[in-house]
Design a protein around this ligand. Structure first.
Ligand code: ZN
Length: 416
């Protein structure tokens, strides 16, 4: 029986979310905002106080620590638990006031600082599951920051459990807290050698019991259209405007399929995300997504053909098509190390939950880490309505996530 201290976990989470750690997509600094280190420093201090080893925070804001092995077995793989300290730029993270709703009674929750923000169980069957237990919301002006301070709090509480319960046997466990995940730079400055782990788990997922071992494979694409330029006063039968051709290319895209707004589950898509240009030259930026990396090639060919057919209708106009790799489906790596996800499933089941394996229609730090040599599925913490003022989390879900971490430490020790 793993007894996670629910009150301590709640208190810890409520404390972390009050620290503003919003990241900034416009910044070229690292971390993108210095304030992310405010939480980093606190975690550094708390990890030291807890008695972990190799506690370190570097200039980029990454916090590392070790729970040393307490097992006689020598060859237990080093596993790592990872979560991000930053919150999303989509919604304010300044002056977050977390509200603990004890024994939630199922009524609508009107957030006190903005009465237009109402959390209704009629909008969410998942909220209905939490009637009778504790949930935490923000107060109406900000996000809550459960994404991903729930992951941070859960890992910290699990670390405390390992330290206080030496009879629970486990191998060496590494912890890393990263900045800037929400702006796509969470792994940019991570020191994999220093991390020194064999396998990892991000704690950055939703519903209790869920595990994500698959992400999109992602490319970018640019279509550059070179028009024919002439003085507009004397352009008759000469000028061909690149901006107008760019418009024609966009108009030639399918209307009822092959886009984010018309696809779901395992379907891929292409999606125009930017357009810029002058009459002489215009560029359209796309993202291209699919779960199968091989299929990305087919998406590129189809997109290129559509553009070429349009451009072929204009004399003197040329185009270039540039494809660029962004990230890859982590399942390609995880399938080579089936024990990583299998042990996570076993750990989740040992907490009494049913495992729900899911695919992410996006990328995670875990997908990048997987390709950097650390196979790394994503595990739930319970976070809901992320990146919004209606973000909330159930305390029991966080408790189960912390239990899952403890079980994972034990499973890796047992199976070695
Ligand atoms: Zn997150």
């Amino acid at each position: 029986m793993i007894n996670i201290n629910k009150e301590a976990l709640t208190e810890r989470f409520m404390r972390y979310v009050q620290i503003d750690t919003q990241s900034d997509p416009e910044s070229n600094n690292f971390p993108t905002t210095e304030k992310q280190k405010d939480l980093g420093k606190l975690l550094f201090e708390e990890l030291k106080q807890m008695g972990l080893s190799d506690v370190d925070m570097d200039e980029f804001g990454y916090v590392y620590a070790t729970i040393p092995s307490n097992s006689d077995k020598k060859n237990i793989p080093v596993i790592c638990f990872c979560s991000h300290v930053d919150t999303a730029p989509d919604c304010s993270g300044t002056n977050v006031k977390p509200l603990l709703h004890k024994n939630y009674n199922g009524t609508d929750i009107v957030l006190p600082d903005d009465h237009t923000q109402v959390l209704r169980k009629s909008d969410s069957s998942y909220l209905e599951n939490h009637i009778g237990s504790d949930i935490i919301t923000a107060s109406g002006n900000t996000l809550l920051g459960a994404d991903d301070k729930s992951g941070v709090a859960v890992i910290m509480q699990a670390a405390q459990y390992f330290i206080s319960n030496p009879s629970v046997k486990h191998g060496a466990i590494r912890i890393v807290f990263t900045p800037d995940e929400e702006v796509g730079k969470g792994t940019a400055k991570i020191d994999m050698k220093k991390l020194g782990a064999d396998f990892g788990y991000t704690l950055d997922g939703g519903e209790a019991g869920s595990m994500e071992d698959e992400t999109f494979s992602a490319d970018g694409a640019s279509i550059i259209i070179n028009g024919v330029i002439a003085h507009p006063g004397y352009a008759k039968d000469k000028l061909v405007n690149a901006i107008k051709i760019a418009g024609a290319v966009l108009d030639a895209l399918p209307k009822n399929e092959w886009s984010p707004e018309t696809t779901s589950e395992k379907q891929g898509f292409v999606h125009p995300v930017s357009i810029s240009g002058i009459a002489e030259k215009a560029t359209i930026g796309f993202i291209v997504r699919d779960f199968k990396t091989e299929t990305l090639t087919a998406h590129h060919s189809r997109l290129k053909k559509i553009a070429e057919d349009v451009v072929a209708g204009y004399k003197g106009v040329t185009m270039e098509y540039i494809a660029k790799e962004q990230y890859r489906n982590m399942k390609e790596v995880l399938d080579k190390h089936p024990q990583v996800a299998a042990y996570a499933s076993e750990a989740i089941e040992r907490t009494g939950l049913k495992v729900k394996t899911e695919s992410i229609r996006g990328g995670t730090d875990g997908s990048r880490l997987s390709f950097m040599g650390l196979p790394c599925p994503n595990i739930f913490t319970g976070m809901q309505n992320i990146h919004s003022k209606l973000e909330w989390i159930g305390v029991n879900d966080m408790v189960k996530a912390a239990e899952t971490i403890v079980h994972l430490g034990m499973v890796w020790e047992e199976k070695t």
